[in-house]
Write a protein that binds this ligand. Structure first.
Ligand code: ADP
Ligand code: ZN
Length: 594
């Protein structure tokens, strides 16, 4: 039988997916392989199919008991004899399994890494015919990976005990180039072929924003969505889940929540409500999503930056499973970075130094994604070792216009403010520094006599802008942001440069889409639209802002749409709202324009 015939006969699939057949051919030719494919791509087929074409029994090293049991179940269901050896078996059961194995009863044996070197198991393996050892979740062998598992490092030792060296096939969904090299060397793979495939999800669009007020940004994002659209909003902490959940309920959305602080029955119920679209929006911590396969999720918002790109891509990847267009948006704030640093510091004592370094490295990679001006999809795919195009045309950066702004003056002001504070042996967080620069009076300012600093009140630049510039200064090494729970700013290595007479600094950023404010638009029109909104709110018995946000009204005043097509381009208007309210608002605008 050929490999395809085995696939059809034993697994009931017509064709191989991209990457599977190459890996299988290599294994059958006796080559070691490393397959790097995202979750759900079909890694197991890659060792199960060749197993059916080779004499003897394949040993599968697998780290998760539940995963192992599922696979063994599934294999037995399709008539392929398989068993597992792990800590759930009693001594008797284990003996029995190994006895069956000796009699050639199984084609595959799944084993937990900790059992590999046990006497009984080794005894069996030394005499058995083992053509293939498959290592699932191979990144567990690397301290640079997400879930380092010390027992994995015994695998080469185990292999060395066998009569004949088997082919080794390693698989993982998460391998940065660094982890990949670690797998290749630690597993001792012999001139292996490495296959990286299928990480791209073209139907997902990616974007990052740095909103000064995340709550408002979320409201504005949701108001542009279809009312029944299903989505997930991920927050780092339970507290944020509760807060965000409450806020969006207040906005009139149908949402539920999920985190480890809820009891089992409530979690199960909320999950069901979400899966069956009774409540199409889920607000959750990263505890939510494992094993969830809801195909119509059309957006995933990260209210906070997650700990690494692996986690981000896995969570964002829950959008658009049906192949339809879906949006993945992340709200970044420097405090997200600080939160993760705090978690890392907390575990520093319990893990190796190398592991801590690796965590920080991955966190920094995640942050650089959030500050990137290049293609966001490309950033992710490169991280996973692929070679993407420069421009995907479907991410925030590929569709934005950029500009280079001169920030010399404000940079000098911020840095000298920090310098003045350090001179007085004081350090402060960004919020206070901005207040000082803008000359804001307050208790803390007076308490520390910051209003006497020469840098008090020396700029009119907005808070948001100053925060952006400060963040840029940190990235560029002019300032250091400490990694405490409440981070403070200090002078960085390059701070002295501002004294050079030719000091000049620019910052590249997305061109702002001109944002209207109450002051810049036509007041009479705005008032008319607000009155109309209030009427509609009363008639429908809804809070006014659930009809349109102020920002949406402001955008209407700026653009003055004349037809429904133009109306749909307004910030915060989707098809449903256009259908409901488009006509009356267009009429009001037309009347005003006349
Ligand atoms: P992974 O281990 O990569 O996360 P699995 O091996 O569990 O993925 O496979 C994911 C799903 O895809 C399973 O339901 C599997 O049966 C299915 N699958 C794998 N290969 C194919 C294929 N060639 N054609 C259709 N379905 C496949
Ligand atoms: Zn792009």
């Amino acid at each position: 039988m050929t490999a395809v015939e085995v696939l059809q006969k034993h697994f009931g699939y017509d064709n191989f997916r991209y990457g599977q057949d190459e890996l299988i051919n290599d294994i059958l030719e006796g080559k070691d392989v490393l397959g790097i494919m995202p979750t759900g791509a079909g890694k197991s087929i890659c060792f199960q199919v060749p197993t059916m074409m080779l004499n003897g029994v394949t040993i599968v090293v697998s780290p998760l008991i539940s995963l192992m049991m599922d696979q063994v179940d599934a294999l037995n269901q399709s008539g392929i004899p398989a068993a597992f050896i792990n800590s759930t078996l009693s001594e008797r059961q284990m003996e029995k399994a190994l006895q069956n194995a000796e009699n050639g009863a199984y084609k595959l044996i799944y084993v937990a890494p900790e059992r590999l070197m046990s006497q009984e198991f080794l005894y069996f393996c030394r005499v058995a015919q083992i053509p293939l050892v498959a290592v699932d979740e191979a990144h567990c062998i690397s301290q640079w990976g997400q879930d380092f598992r010390p027992a994995y490092t015994a695998i080469p030792n185990f292999v060395a005990q066998l009569q004949q060296r088997p082919v080794i096939a390693a698989f993982t969904a998460t391998a940065t180039p660094r982890v990949k090299d670690d797998i290749l060397s630690k597993l001792n793979l012999k001139s292996p072929s490495v296959m990286i495939s299928g990480f791209d999800r073209p139907n997902l669009s990616f974007d990052v924003s740095h909103p000064p007020a995340k709550g408002r940004a979320l409201a504005s994002f949701l108001s542009g969505k279809d009312q029944h659209a299903s989505g997930i909003i991920y927050c780092t902490t339970r507290k944020d889940v509760e807060r965000v959940h409450e806020n969006i309920l207040g906005l009139g959305y149908s949402a539920t929540r999920y985190h480890a602080g809820l009891d089992d029955s409530e979690r199960a119920k909320n999950q069901e409500d979400f899966l069956h679209d009774r409540k199409p929006i889920m607000v959750a911590t990263n505890a939510f999503g494992m094993g969830i396969d809801k195909s119509n999720v059309s957006f995933v918002v990260h209210y906070n930056m997650p700990k690494d790109i692996e986690a981000y891509y896995q969570e964002a990847g829950r959008a658009g499973r049906d192949g339809g267009t879906a949006e993945c948006l992340m709200f970044y704030a420097d405090s997200d970075y600080a939160t993760h640093m705090f978690f890392i510091e907390e575990t520093r004592e319990t893990i190796s130094g190398e592991e801590t370094t690796a965590k920080i490295y991955r966190l920094n990679q995640m942050r650089s994604y959030c500050h990137s001006h290049k293609c966001l999809r490309g950033h992710i795919l490169e991280y996973f070792g692929e070679n993407p195009d420069d421009n995907c045309g479907n991410c925030g950066n590929c569709s934005a216009e950029f500009e280079e702004v001169d920030i010399t003056l404000d940079a000098q002001k911020i840095i000298s403010c920090v310098a003045r504070m350090e001179n007085k042996r004081q350090t402060f967080g960004l919020g206070i520094i901005i207040d000082v620069l803008r000359g804001k009076d307050g208790d803390k300012i007076r308490q520390w006599r910051l209003n006497r600093l020469p840098t008090f009140g020396i700029t009119q630049t907005t808070k948001v802008r100053l925060a952006e510039i400060a963040s840029h200064l940190v990235l560029e090494g002019f300032l250091i942001k400490t990694t405490d729970r409440y981070p403070v700013l200090k002078l960085g290595k390059r701070a002295y440069e501002i004294k050079n007479s030719d000091f000049h600094l620019t910052m590249r950023g997305r061109k702002p889409t001109v944002t209207a404010t109450e002051e810049t638009v036509d007041t009479a029109l705005l008032e008319a639209l607000k009155a109309l909104r209030l009427d509609l709110a009363k008639v429908n018995n809804l809070p006014a802002y659930t009809i349109f946000h102020n920002t949406t009204l402001l955008d209407m005043c700026t653009r003055k749409p004349t037809n429904i097509k133009e109306f749909l381009l307004i910030d915060g208007i989707g098809q449903v709202k256009a259908d409901k309210y488009g006509a009356v608002f267009l009429e009001a605008i037309a009347k005003y324009s006349r």
